[in-house]
Write a protein that binds this ligand. Structure first.
Ligand SMILES: *Cc1c(COP(=O)(O)O)cnc(C)c1O
Length: 495
């Protein structure tokens, strides 16, 4: 049966999965949602024996119904291969009374790889399917993790080009080095004299520039987006929740049907929404524990029913969660508004004009599966140190936020359901934060000295992504003003 997608902001548009992937965002600014969430079509007993790739196929075939079996298998096998340094792709690690689901074994050692290593293949397949002959140009602004994961995913993929803008002085030294050493003739990385918001605004302006679109079309190019609102990023993320549950069952950690809770370090609400979809598909998940850092918009929302972005933006040690508008929350709002696009659109309009909205009591009733809380900077550091001293296991600051919130949840509720804490980045990506949490005196050391110290202390092999950038030549030296961004894009595309 074919599954179609609708916009969260109008009831008219109806597109196929491949069209939704190609477009990214609906023309009315809404997000594409499947008309219904399919149930898993195979039993947990069967899933228990499956590899990550087989599990991913079982999930994706239900959502991407206009892809053939061969097409999907090709996308999955090209994405989840030896770019990952662990054969199981997403290993589970028991520590401190919980199960850490490590989603950082891909090319850029952050969980963005789980979706961005497959998105390029899905997009190219979708383009062919819809008779698009233009090359796809991915344009992205990044505050660090997304840019590198998208670059790694799209590098050398035929029929695509990728251009990434990052704030020259706004990313960590390791993040910058990862990006400017990127290989691939179809890649361009540019630092801007400005902050992330300015980079983001510059990119959005180019997306809606009709004259630029026409010039590009004439040369055989069109833009697309690798942003986390793309359904081609959301659906692949459902797979690891199904996989984690099945592996716990296979390992004898769970009885048949026994529920688990999941604790997710949350920014744009994509990862935890994938868990919500997994639950709707039939995975026995109890509570969805939504963990925020000091930018605790979501904590306040779950507590009060009011979403309010009118507040100071705080720079924290978990930068990938420094966000005041969690874009993917719109899909949940649409769902709990009874899949009424008009009602959802009104909330989103209020958000854009007033910066806030308040949902109804009936809608709040449907949020009972969620628990929201947050971790302060001091609590995050104490969690890294505490877990290390207790177990020897070292986690990154994003994961630590989830771990800390999970402890708060247990205190609040006495719920002792087995819990999966989603581990979204390797500690090697945030070495300085991690090491100084364990001992502040490390702060005097250099970045790569700290890498070696972390290796000594954790016994975890230094990932290839870090070894490579120690000596890799810098390939991208371009830096520009915000106003020059379109010029840089045109030069690269030969317009
Ligand atoms: C992007 C990111 C997050 C937040 O994920 P969302 O899907 O945006 O909620 C958490 N941790 C890390 C390391 C990330 O890169």
């Amino acid at each position: 049966m074919e599954l179609f997608y609708r916009s969260t902001r109008n009831n008219e548009e109806r597109v196929t999965a491949s069209q939704a992937i190609l477009q990214g965002l609906a023309a009315d600014g809404g997000l594409f949602v499947p008309e219904e969430i399919p149930n898993l079509a195979v039993s947990m007993d069967a899933l228990k024996k499956m590899s990550y790739q087989e599990t991913a196929y079982e999930v994706m075939r239900l959502f991407f119904t206009d892809f053939t079996r061969e097409e999907l298998a090709h996308c999955i096998n090209s994405a989840y291969d030896d770019k990952f340094d662990d054969d199981t792709i997403a290993p589970l690690r028991a520590a401190g009374g919980a199960y850490y689901l490590e989603l950082f074994h891909g090319a850029t050692i952050a969980f963005k790889d789980m979706a961005l290593s497959i998105l390029p293949y899905l997009m190219i397949t979708a383009a062919r399917k819809n008779h698009v002959t233009n090359d796809i140009v991915i344009l992205t602004a990044t505050s660090g993790d997304t840019g590198k994961a998208a670059l790694a995913g799209f590098a050398e993929v035929e029929g695509t080009k990728i251009i990434v803008f990052y704030p020259k002085d706004g990313v960590s030294p390791i993040q910058q080095k990862q990006m400017v050493t990127q290989k691939g003739d179809n890649t361009l990385v540019v630092g801007i004299h400005g902050n992330f918001d300015e980079a983001q605004t510059g990119v959005k302006e180019m997306f809606s520039d009709k004259a630029l679109a026409e010039e590009m079309w004439a040369k055989g190019y069109q833009f697309s987006s690798a942003n986390s609102i793309n359904i081609g990023r959301l659906v692949p993320q459902i797979a690891y929740y199904v996989y984690a549950y099945a592996k716990m069952l296979a390992g004898g950690e769970l009885e048949t049907g026994e529920p688990i809770n999941v604790a997710v370090p949350t920014g744009n609400f994509g990862n935890i929404l994938a868990a919500y979809y997994a639950k709707a598909m039939g995975v026995p998940i109890g509570k969805l524990i939504c963990a925020s850092n000091e930018n605790k918009v979501l904590f306040d929302f779950f507590r009060s029913g009011s979403y309010d972005r009118n507040r100071e933006f705080i720079l924290t040690s978990s930068p990938s969660m420094d966000i005041l508008i969690s874009s993917n929350l719109e899909r949940l709002i649409y769902q709990i508004a009874g899949r009424d696009a008009g009602v959802n659109r009104a909330f989103m309009e209020t958000l854009s004009t007033m910066g806030s909205y308040t949902i109804t009591d009936e809608m709040r009733e449907q949020l009972k599966d969620f628990y929201g809380n947050y971790a302060s900077e001091a609590e995050t550091a104490a969690t890294i140190k505490g877990l290390y001293e207790q177990t020897g296991y070292v986690i990154d600051p994003h994961t630590a936020v989830a771990s800390c919130v999970y402890e708060k949840y247990k205190k609040d509720t006495d719920d002792r359901t087995k819990t999966v804490i989603v581990s979204t980045a390797s500690p090697y990506k945030f070495t300085r934060t991690v090491m100084t949490a364990i001992d502040p005196s490390y702060d005097t050391k250099g970045d790569f000295e700290l890498v070696d110290e972390l290796n000594r202390l954790s016994g975890v092999k230094v990932p290839k992504a870090i070894e490579e950038i120690r000596t890799a030549p810098i390939r991208h030296k371009k830096v520009c003003e915000v106003s020059e961004m379109p010029k840089v894009v045109k030069e690269f595309l030969g317009l």
